[in-house]
Design a protein around this ligand. Structure first.
Ligand SMILES: [Zn+2]
Length: 342
């Protein structure tokens, strides 16, 4: 099966009323863990690479690993997405490489740190939408800023998304999906206590969904940071301070209100680190990397499996045939004509 476009994958999720996990990767074991979990649960899935991941692995390695995944798991619809593109150039390089979806994060300037103003965000996002849609590639935009820093990305400052601005942003840019800031953060240290609905500003999601029922909403920084994963790391010599992530039940609440893509990165990092620490502690004489990478891969697979069931994507892999990017480009072209005609 060829890589599917994220737009089709999210449209189908919308029809089916479920969410789809978008898992970050930068190596072979992560991709294997995610694809195995997708096969076990028969789930469509989004695999995403940040700029940092593309640099770490070399993006041609990542792309060809994904091609291998599409070949080995032909029954699984999988979209390959650029996470937090910092500029139209970054998005273009991802599209040229074969990614089926890109995020243009114009909420920040191209240094990936300084908050940008609304007009800048509209301008760069619109530019990417024009370039991407012509080639059938999906675009995610971001309005508002998240807390925390992820792979060097982020201002560390939280600016919640304004629903009025969200409507204007989507109308002017034509994005397929919108990342909204509701008070979550990148990284492991999201909250100092278990967040409730108020801390999470879930009403923003409900409000935006009411006004933009056809825009797929995206929750970033949505690892749940399960206590057992943190405890395992600390039990084997780690030092992770007590911390809380986004509870799965709040994500499920979001899914009822138009959230279709849920970004999960930290939980896989925690799962693999715990498994590796445990393996090191239990057999200090072992030095074959497969000895500790196997349990690391299994631990990540378990987390992904569980999220796929919680988000509702499990069982939906066989629901549809992927459209080609060319077919998607034709659809965008038609929609564009209808919009200008009306
Ligand atoms: Zn993010």
């Amino acid at each position: 099966m060829p890589l599917v476009t994220m737009r089709q994958l999210l449209d189908e999720a919308s029809k089916g009323g479920y969410g789809v996990g978008a898992f970050n990767v930068n190596n072979l074991e992560q991709i294997q863990a995610i694809m195995e979990a997708a096969r076990e649960t028969q789930s469509p899935v989004i695999i995403q690479a940040s700029r940092g991941a593309r640099k770490y692995a070399n993006d041609r390695f990542l792309y060809h690993l994904m091609e291998a995944a599409a070949e080995i798991y032909p029954e699984i619809p999988v979209a390959l997405h650029q996470d937090h593109g910092n500029s139209p150039e970054t998005c273009k390089s991802a599209i040229d490489l074969g990614f089926t979806s890109v995020m243009m994060d114009g909420s920040l300037m191209d240094d990936g740190k300084t908050p940008a103003d609304f007009e800048y965000n509209v301008k760069v996002t619109r530019e990417v939408v024009e370039m991407a849609h012509e080639r059938g590639v999906t675009v995610e935009g971001e309005l508002g800023t998240l807390g925390g820093i992820e792979d060097g990305v982020g201002s560390g400052e939280v600016n919640l998304t304004d629903p009025d601005q969200a409507v204007e942003f989507v109308e002017r840019t034509g994005v397929d999906a919108l990342a909204v800031a509701i008070g979550t953060s990148h990284g492991a240290y999201k909250f100092t206590k278990e967040p409730d609905r108020e801390v999470l500003a879930m009403h923003i999601i409900e409000e935006i969904n009411k006004r933009l029922p056809n825009t797929h909403l995206v929750m970033h920084g949505s690892s749940s940071v399960p206590k057992e994963l943190v405890d395992l790391i600390n039990q084997y010599g780690g030092k992770i301070e007590p911390t809380w992530g986004v509870p799965v039940r709040e994500i499920q609440e979001g899914i009822k209100h138009g959230v279709r893509k849920i970004n999960v990165d930290t939980d896989l990092r925690l799962a693999s680190t715990g498994a590796i620490r445990k393996a090191f502690a239990e057999e200090p004489s072992e030095f074959d990397p497969r000895y500790y990478l196997k349990p690391a891969r299994a631990a990540m697979q378990e987390v992904v499996h569980s999220r796929m069931e919680s988000f509702g994507q499990a069982g939906h892999a066989g629901d549809y045939q992927p459209m080609t990017k060319e077919e998607m480009a034709t659809r965008y072209e038609k929609e564009g004509h209808e919009l200008t005609a009306s």
